[in-house]
Design a protein around this ligand. Structure first.
Ligand code: HEM
Length: 424
């Protein structure tokens, strides 16, 4: 019976998509810096579920929240795997972090550790620390508004370092710089499109690192050493603190206390704690059928979160400043929590409650104290600019000229410090 079902499935069409070339597939048609733009253009022609081929890999792009939910949430057990090579550097043994784990026991251990530390009722423990970090962000912005990008990055890194390792960051912290450097490399270079090229031509990995064109290998080897430091150094710090009985609540101290003596968990705590951020593809475990189309086993599933957002919430583009989108016609808050940012199904972001509270406390604190305005030129006219975005597996706005000025004209560091101490 299962044989008949399988042969019937094999004759089903694949989802619609652009015509592939014999070896390249659709690789040549994809905007490699901003693939989501290509995926959006394809969706206008082919719809919400698109089949494409990158070299020898089947890639299905989900371009709407509806299809993403139908597959990744409602059929979660079939779509909770990760592609074999999410990252090019996985070829060189860089695959210990939670987002890259296949759907199996090691991943389950990682998720348990995250869940214990960051489930909704546990994540509230970190709120006083998050508020303290939001206040530090205000002081940094007041003192040195031109470097706002650095202050925002320091804010999010220092919350993660505190919640995961109970590590208090210092100004210009070397550990934060190291982690920022490693994350930058991952985001820029470790895209699923590049992983597909190396998966199709594994012999490329045999080229010596100095060979022209083998830059990915040089990069992967460098990344391997940076990532090893990123896993070992903060973990050793947290372990020492835990052993001396001095540690406050953190993901590592909670994990060590709970699973002490279980070697597989101790390794999982070390590996999972190095995870700071994910935006990564899913993979289909078995053949599946959706809307009359075949989704073959092993297919890489990419959700175009960017497009999902821009078509989300009554087609109001997320890049427009338009708070009205969160109100009902009668003026009450609607129930839109913009959940697609966290992904879907069993691989949904494991740090979402912590991250949500960090973003919220930082935004409300900044809006209370500052106005964010366009920068002015020498003649006092507003400087207009076209927003630009970084490329890679995650994207953020490129630094743009702006003025961050206190809403109260008499605000200085001393006043702000005293206001903060009254508020806490
Ligand atoms: C605003 C900040 C954040 C955003 C937008 C975000 C978003 C995401 C997204 C989209 C995924 C992929 C979900 C999927 O595959 O469907 C993910 C995975 C993940 N995130 Fe986050 N995340 C954020 C912050 C964090 C933080 C602070 C932590 C940890 C403290 C964290 C831990 C993880 C982990 C462990 C995974 C992998 C889950 C798995 O593969 O099972 N994230 N995140």
């Amino acid at each position: 019976k299962s044989f008949t079902k399988k042969s019937a499935q094999e004759h089903l069409p694949l989802p619609p998509g652009p015509k592939p070339l014999p070896i390249l597939g659709n690789l040549h048609q994809i905007n490699r810096a901003f693939p989501w733009i290509t995926y959006k253009e394809w969706s206008e022609i082919y719809g919400d579920i698109i089949y494409s081929r990158i070299l020898n890999q089947n890639v299905i792009i989900l371009n709407s929240e509806k299809v993403a939910r139908a597959l990744l949430e409602q059929r979660s057990s079939n779509y909770s795997d990760r592609p074999r090579f999410v990252m090019p550097s996985a070829r060189f043994g860089v695959s210990f972090r939670t987002p890259m784990q296949g759907y199996g026991d090691a991943w389950r251990r990682h998720r348990r550790i995250f869940h214990q530390a960051f489930r909704p009722d546990a994540a509230v423990i970190y709120q006083p620390m998050q508020l303290r970090k939001a206040h530090q962000l205000l002081l940094d912005l007041l003192h040195d508004p031109g470097n706002y990008e650095l202050h925002l990055e320091t804010h999010s890194a220092s919350i993660i370092m505190s919640a995961v390792y109970d590590y208090e960051t210092k100004p210009n912290d070397p550990l934060v710089s190291m982690i920022r450097g490693a994350m930058d490399s991952i985001i820029k270079a470790e895209t699923p499109e590049k992983a597909a090229i190396i998966d199709a031509y594994p012999t490329l990995t045999l080229l010596p690192a100095w060979f022209p064109g083998a830059s990915f290998k040089r990069h992967a080897l460098e990344l391997k050493s940076v990532l090893t430091d990123m896993v070992e150094i903060p973990f050793e710090y947290a372990l020492d603190k835990f052993s001396s009985g001095l540690s406050a609540t953190s993901m590592v101290s909670e994990g060590l206390a709970r699973f002490q003596g279980d070697a597989s968990f101790e390794l999982a705590i070390k590996e999972s704690s190095a995870t700071a951020f994910g935006g990564v593809p899913h993979a289909a475990v078995n053949d599946d059928v959706y809307d009359g189309y075949l989704i073959p086993k092993g297919t890489t599933i990419l959700t175009n979160i960017w497009y999902g957002h821009n078509s989300h919430t009554q087609l109001l583009a997320s890049h427009r400043h338009d708070p009205e989108r969160f109100f009902t016609p009668s003026g009450d808050l609607n129930d839109d929590l913009v959940t697609p940012v966290w992904g879907w199904g069993r691989r949904i972001c494991a740090g979402r409650y912590l991250a949500d509270a960090s973003v919220w406390s930082a935004i409300v604190s900044m809006l209370t104290v500052f106005d964010f305005l366009k920068a002015k030129d020498a003649s006092g006219k507003d400087i207009d600019f076209e927003p630009r975005w970084t490329s890679g597996v995650a994207s953020r706005p490129v630094n743009f000229p702006c003025r961050i000025i206190p809403r109260r004209g008499d605000m200085d560091v001393e006043k702000l410090t005293s206001l903060i101490s009254i508020a806490t």
